[in-house]
Design a protein around this ligand. Structure first.
Ligand SMILES: [Zn+2]
Length: 444
């Protein structure tokens, strides 16, 4: 009996040791694949309002070292690093190529997620849940994984390839890409072409973006003589403001009609959306004094202009129709970006044969069996606007097909197979772009 039990216990012990060895082996295998490197990056919490920039930068520098890329860190604003990785081309005199992504992400309300937003949990059917999975840590890792694979196959680029990781994109990029793009370090990169983030597509085509819309913060204010609530008189502040609100609503409707009729995409029209109304004479007892017409009234609008919009026409419309001084109105417009580049051209990247980078990119995507959707203007903004405004062509592209658009949403996820396919796409894109001999170095 005692002998039997000893045999059983030694068998159990052996099984236990075997299971440990297997689990160690599977753990080490787990740590050595692109998916787990993606998960590791996702687990670093870089969400606003207090993004951790130190941890992702050191993670990425380690990755860069492991595949033989050089790295530089710039701090245009203290505590907000820009990381630049470089793969030197065999002809570094040719204009280089940049692949950009941002380090930061928007916050996540953990309690509303089915898996914690910084756990990067991978379900049995391959969904990887994490804040930043789509926006845009996927591309940040895919760039590196693509280069890792290309290097292991012995590929060497003709043009120098740079990868940048910038802070603060989610809050406008003012302390991130805006500073970097304006720096001598950026000018020294001698860029010919750049790629930045795009968006997912629930369908099976890859989306690609050639421009961003430019946001304006627009406020109109009316002033007038205050009066008794019972009095009918001209030029009250409320009356003047309401006239403008109606005119602006009409304009909004006309633009929206183009979208509804299928003549334009949402991002191709000027959107003027009311975001606040402020008027009334506050009271301490009730919320507002009801028998009084106030002396001031104000409305705020979120305006988005596509690159082909004429800013001067828009300003004239505002001054003459929406906030005319003859109706005692004043206004402010805060332009949160440019509509024209340094040569006065609309800030957009051509997506036709006049732009050889476009043709190369398109062919490279198609070579992997992928299909590109009709190029789009992004409804919102990304850091690519700062690069485009220097006259450098930029395409926004995140290779995510058959994926719901979940950026900034709860339960943001990316499927492992979609992530892996993206690496293959970038291998093709990086190979093609970095091998481009160029038509003229001056132009390209
Ligand atoms: Zn983003």
């Amino acid at each position: 009996m005692a002998k039997d039990s000893m045999a059983v216990s030694s068998l159990l012990w052996t099984l236990f040791l075997i299971s440990i060895i297997f689990s160690l082996q599977s753990k080490s295998q787990e740590e050595d694949i692109p998916i787990t490197r993606f998960q590791q990056y996702l687990r670093i919490n870089t969400a606003h309002p207090n993004p951790n920039y130190t941890a992702p930068v050191s993670f990425l520098i380690n990755q860069a070292q492991s595949i033989g890329l050089t790295s530089k860190t710039f701090e245009f604003v203290s505590g907000k690093p820009v990381l630049l990785l470089t793969w030197l081309g065999s002809n570094p005199n040719l204009p280089s190529i940049l692949f950009n992504s941002h380090l930061d992400s928007v916050p996540a309300e953990s309690e509303k997620w089915i898996h914690p937003p910084f756990s990067a949990h991978r379900t049995t059917d391959g969904h990887i849940y994490a804040r930043g999975a789509q926006d845009d840590k996927c591309i940040g890792v895919q760039y590196l994984e693509a280069i890792r694979n290309l290097k292991s196959r012995g590929f060497s680029p003709l043009r120098t390839v740079h990868i940048s990781y910038v802070p603060e994109e989610e809050i406008g990029g003012f302390d991130g890409m805006m500073r970097f793009a304006a720096s001598s370090e950026f000018r020294d990169l001698n860029l010919g072409f750049a790629m930045d983030e795009g968006q997912a597509n629930p369908g099976d085509e890859f989306r690609v973006f050639y421009a961003d819309r430019t946001p304006w913060e627009f406020i109109i204010k009316a002033e007038g003589i205050p009066g008794h609530g019972a009095k009918l008189y001209d030029n009250s502040a409320m009356e003047n403001l309401m006239k403008s609100v109606e005119l602006i609503a009409k304009f909004r409707e006309t633009q929206f009609d183009f979208v509804k009729a299928g003549k334009a995409a949402n991002s191709e029209v000027i959107s003027v959306n009311p975001v606040y109304l402020k008027a009334g004479t506050p009271s301490t007892t009730v919320r507002f004094v009801m028998n009084m017409q106030p002396s001031e009234a104000e409305a705020g609008y979120d305006v988005r202009l596509p690159p082909m919009a004429d800013p001067d026409v828009m300003k004239k419309r505002i001054a003459e129709e929406w906030a005319p001084s003859i109706r005692n109105m004043t206004y402010t417009v805060k332009e949160k970006g440019k509509l024209r580049d340094h040569l006065g051209r609309p800030i957009m990247t051509p997506t036709n044969d006049t732009n050889p980078w476009w043709s190369i990119f398109k062919q490279a995507v198609e070579a992997t069996g992928g299909k590109l959707a009709k190029p789009e203007i992004l409804a919102s903004t990304t850091d690519s606007r700062y690069i485009r405004s220097l006259g450098i062509p930029v395409l926004g592209f995140s290779p995510m097909t058959n994926t719901p658009i979940l950026l900034h949403d709860h339960n943001e996820f990316l499927k492992d197979i979609v992530f892996m396919k993206g690496i293959e796409v970038y291998e093709s894109v990086i190979t093609a772009l970095s091998s481009f001999k160029g038509v003229s170095d001056q132009v390209l």
